[in-house]
Ligand binder design. Structure first.
Ligand SMILES: Cc1ncc(COP(=O)(O)O)c(C=O)c1O
Length: 406
């Protein structure tokens, strides 16, 4: 399914609140926070010439987020950043003076942090980020996980000292339960999705993702002509599209939002013209994208700056994981988790369809940017789907425990 954006707001400037959230000044601040982290190494941008030639495009560039801050996904940039900012803000209120990231480890800040609990629902990656942020600053974290979150992903969150709470039902049920319990207990919900009346904190989470786009623009030889980004609730797609629209203006690339056909809440929202909740169906292998209702803030951005919405099927996601593990020609191998290569799967589908190629002006001159949003965040699942353990995939770069690429 492929749907060009026909919303009345399409090509309108961003809402001023979103322009501030995703703008250059905010992104610089994110980078300043990031520089104070233990492992602030930029993730690599890799180029896939063999794949580009197969697909009939000029270049395919892929930002590999699989080793971001030691968490395995770009999500490491959002939740932890929002947690740290919120705790520092609260510390500033309680201490009656401005508190900055440089004060992260001061006893006064840590004493206040220890009295605070942050909560969120997660498919896995966002919860890991929130838990890591809480651990870094010394706050408590309560993470709500639905029935479909694998034991391995739950264990990875628990390693950051978070309290894990299992919830019956889907991701959306866990979002509702996290809000209910947090309101009862006075915890702060740090959600990656937004709803009416709850926008600032998910905005901060999205703001955290802008660091990835800034890095990519420094690494790319020229700005891309096309960007395909996968979506769950739409937060990362909106952060990337919004930031690019703000910094590149009329030179911004065509932006395509890619979802699993089984959980295409943004495509459905684009079809009807306003945010809708779709009925849950069969689970998708693209576990992190299994969301049935878009984030309101993300939709407000995407309705203006996304050029098209499309879906991919289960086998497309698995084929891309395999292709990246065993690439053709001189392309480097990349470990992509089930949701990691879905933007690229969108490009593969689009490139094979003559009508979509024309609709998007996709041709031999196109410079396409995609993001491997996660590595093998569930090792067993990866081995099942790719037939090899992720550590046996020889990637172009070696990541050392101390956080340097070689
Ligand atoms: C690996 C990965 N890719 C993509 C996404 C989609 O992000 P969003 O829900 O902001 O659309 C997620 C969300 O958890 C994710 O973990």
């Amino acid at each position: 399914m492929f749907l060009p954006n026909q919303h009345p707001d399409y090509r309108q400037p961003l809402d001023p609140v979103d322009a501030e959230t995703l703008g250059v000044k905010a992104a610089e601040e994110v980078e300043r926070y990031l520089a104070c982290r233990d492992n602030p190494v930029p993730t690599p941008l890799l180029t896939l010439p063999a794949l580009a030639s197969e697909l009939g495009v000029g270049a395919v560039h892929i930002k590999d987020e699989s080793l971001r801050l030691g968490l395995g996904s770009f999500k490491a940039l959002g939740g932890s950043y929002a947690v740290i900012r919120l705790v520092l803000e609260e510390a500033g209120r309680q201490l009656g003076r401005p508190v900055d990231i440089a004060d992260l480890h001061t006893p006064a800040v840590r004493a206040i942090a220890a009295s605070l609990t942050v909560a969120c629902a997660t498919d896995g990656n966002h919860g890991r980020s929130v838990a890591q942020g809480a651990q870094l600053i010394g706050a408590r974290a309560a993470i709500f996980v639905h029935a479909g979150v694998s034991a391995e992903r739950v264990a990875a969150i628990a390693r950051f000292g978070a309290q894990l709470i299992r919830v019956e039902g889907t991701y959306d049920d866990s979002v509702a339960e996290a809000s209910r319990v947090a309101a009862e207990k006075g915890w702060t919900v740090v959600s990656d999705t937004s709803w009416p009346g709850y926008e600032r904190i998910p905005g901060l989470v999205m703001q955290g993702y802008t660091a990835m786009v800034r890095e990519a623009l420094r690494q790319l030889p020229a700005p891309p002509t096309h960007v395909f980004v996968q979506a769950g609730v739409g937060g990362v797609a909106a952060a990337v599209a919004g930031y690019l629209a703000l910094v590149l203006g009329d030179r911004r690339p065509a932006f395509i939002v890619v979802e699993p056909a089984r959980a295409a809440c943004l495509l459905e929202t684009a079809r009807v013209g306003h945010p809708v909740k779709i009925a849950p169906g069969a689970p998708t292998v693209m576990a992190m994208l299994e969301c049935y209702e878009p984030s309101r803030v993300a939709w407000r951005v995407l309705s203006r700056v996304a050029d098209a919405f499309m879906t991919v099927d289960e086998e497309d996601a698995v084929a891309v994981m395999n292709r990246l593990a065993r690439p053709g020609g001189s392309d480097p191998a990349i470990v992509a988790g089930e949701s990691g290569g879905v933007g690229l799967a969108g490009l593969v589908r689009a490139a094979a369809d003559p009508e979509i190629r024309v609709a998007l002006d996709l041709d031999a001159m196109s410079r396409v940017f995609v993001i491997n949003t996660e590595g093998a965040t569930d090792l067993e699942r990866y081995a099942d789907l790719v037939g090899v353990r992720p550590e046996t995939v020889t990637t172009g770069a070696t990541f050392h425990a101390r956080g340097a690429w070689a």
